[in-house]
Design a protein around this ligand. Structure first.
Ligand code: N5H
Length: 256
């Protein structure tokens, strides 16, 4: 079950380890025959990304650091990508961060610094990346970002990240409105909860997963493969009429 993305090049940003949703996306794109470029957040992730990429079918050589909090770093990263491959056909933004202490307890205690940090890394990063990816993006380019239902509705403990995801989802729409004139589409995938490194330390994650198994229309949890295949679809020409959309890949939980 795969579509062909042969001859296409995509940038996958935010692989941390084999459980990452970004890695699910990378595997689907690799299976579809795409050429991939990876960016990682800091030195601590470089080795794990390189080791993982070596297990893919295709030969994906370009693996670069990209610090999304630094405009010049993002500019340099996409300049390097442009020099190496010429043109890209899309990018997957799988980047988010908030302080652990702001992901539980009272939202009214959120600090200014923590609020801005979550917005900076989890939301504004999409806009700065779109700015520097635009000059090297093909006419049919496609950008995909990851979000969560906590950006639409209040979910226990999601707190500052919920506000950042709301901002990210609205950025997807404004970017779609802006970049549509260049033929570039911008969409988000709202994934059901998946046990990733980001979810580590979330207290009662098991009970969150259990509730989905019990209540979601499909009575099961979301896998990184399901998100990856939806990303592959959004990157493909099959999705050429879709932009500014948030697609829920969550076993239907969001309709409840
Ligand atoms: C309602 C929930 C439970 C509350 C959990 C919120 C999780 C938010 C995601 C952010 C991105 C987590 C985060 O920034 C954790 C960091 O403070 C500490 N972790 C790290 O630094 C690790 C090492 C690195 C790799 O993580 C990052 N992000 O850089 C939501 C859950 C049911 C679903 C969920 C887990 C959603 C989501 O947005 O990821």
């Amino acid at each position: 079950m795969s579509i062909s993305l042969e001859g296409k090049t995509y940038v996958v940003m935010g692989v941390a380890n084999k459980r990452s949703i970004a890695w699910g996306i990378a595997r689907s794109l690799d299976k579809a025959g795409a050429r991939l470029i990876f960016t990682y957040a800091g030195e601590r992730f470089e080795k794990s990304v390189r080791d993982l990429v070596a297990t893919l079918e295709g030969n994906h050589e370009l693996i670069l650091p990209c610090d999304v909090t630094d405009d010049e770093n993002v500019a340099a990263c996409f300049e390097t990508i442009g020099k190496e491959v010429g043109e890209i056909h899309g990018l997957a933004h799988c980047i988010a961060f908030a302080k652990t202490e702001e992901l539980s307890g009272d939202f009214s205690e959120t600090s200014r610094e923590g609020f801005l940090l979550a917005q900076n890394i989890s939301s504004y990063s999409l806009t700065i990346i779109a700015k520097y990816a635009k000059p090297i993006m093909a006419e049919s380019g496609s950008i995909v970002a990851l979000t969560y239902i906590g950006g639409e509705r209040v979910m226990p403990n999601y707190n500052v990240m919920g506000v950042a995801k709301a901002s990210l989802e609205m950025s997807v729409r404004y970017l779609a409105a802006d970049l549509g004139k260049h033929g570039i589409r911008v969409n988000a995938i709202s994934s059901g909860p998946i046990r990733t490194l980001s979810a580590k330390g979330v207290s009662d994650f098991n009970s969150i997963l259990r509730e989905i198994e019990e209540k979601a229309p499909l009575r099961r949890n979301t896998t990184p493969e399901e998100v990856g295949d939806t990303a592959a679809f959004l990157f493909s020409d099959m999705a050429r009429g879709i932009t500014g959309e948030t697609i829920h890949v969550d076993s239907g939980y969001h309709i409840l």
